[in-house]
Design a protein. Structure first.
Length: 231
């Protein structure tokens, strides 16, 4: 199964869910499938591990990244809104918006209401069932409601990202997939895809999944580690 997302897609989720890593990998994956991709870093809350940290990699892959001017790269200021509004009004085949974490991080989306009006916009919630606050179905649904209320946009699907970083095993992936299937059934929303680290992907039985799988080449790593190279 292939990931065929296009249009304007907002990637949201709680802090530590992995939404930025997914945004970067999804952008490159879809670009390599032959479509035009633009991505906006709209995380104005978390000063670490933001999409802008991978700006050179994205540029190398022909992906246009909307970020603040160089002198403001580390600033937590709402200075992206006018640029992102123009990006929304003139979208690429796939326009990704990497939103901030939790309800606080997506608040800036509400200020883009005029730009979104009349356009088809989908917001996908990244869920890692091994993270605090989303380890239960109830917690995931509560997070969904908080994100929707703050952004004034409805979540239309889930992205599964079951992992414990370097401690992740194949069984963690399978258990996480079962969790996501229960969440989808209770919420009535689809699972768009499951994210799996490239080093585990070859061990996975893809027949156990009812949705596409996104290989994750980890880019946002501490200074003492190297990012995973894209093949």
């Amino acid at each position: 199964m292939e990931i065929k997302l296009d249009g304007i897609i907002i990637i949201a989720g709680n802090y530590g869910s992995g939404k930025t890593e997914i945004s970067i990998n999804l952008a490159i994956h879809r670009k390599r499938s032959g479509i035009e991709v633009r991505i906006a870093d709209l995380d104005l809350v978390n000063p670490y591990f933001r999409t802008r940290e991978a700006r050179h990699l994205l540029s190398k892959n022909g992906i246009d990244l909307v970020i603040p001017p160089e002198q403001y790269l580390q600033a937590d200021l709402p200075i992206l809104s006018p640029v992102v509004a123009g990006m929304i009004q003139h979208p690429a085949e796939l326009t990704l918006i990497d939103a901030g974490g939790d309800d606080a991080g997506v608040t800036v989306l509400a200020s883009l209401g005029d730009a979104f009006r009349g356009r088809k916009v989908r917001m996908l919630q990244v869920v890692n069932p091994y993270r605090p606050f989303t380890e239960t179905i109830e917690g995931c649904l509560e997070m969904k409601e908080r994100i929707e209320k703050a952004s004034k946009i409805r979540v239309s699907g889930f992205i599964g990202n079951p992992n414990l970083i370097d401690e992740t095993t194949v069984d963690h992936i399978y258990e996480g997939n079962n969790f996501l299937r229960k969440l989808a059934a209770q919420s009535g929303l689809p699972i768009e895809f499951i994210a799996i680290a490239v080093d585990l992907l070859q061990e996975i039985d893809s027949g156990r999944f009812e949705c596409p799988l996104l290989p994750i080449a980890r880019q946002l790593v501490p200074p003492w580690l190297k990012a995973v190279a894209f093949e």
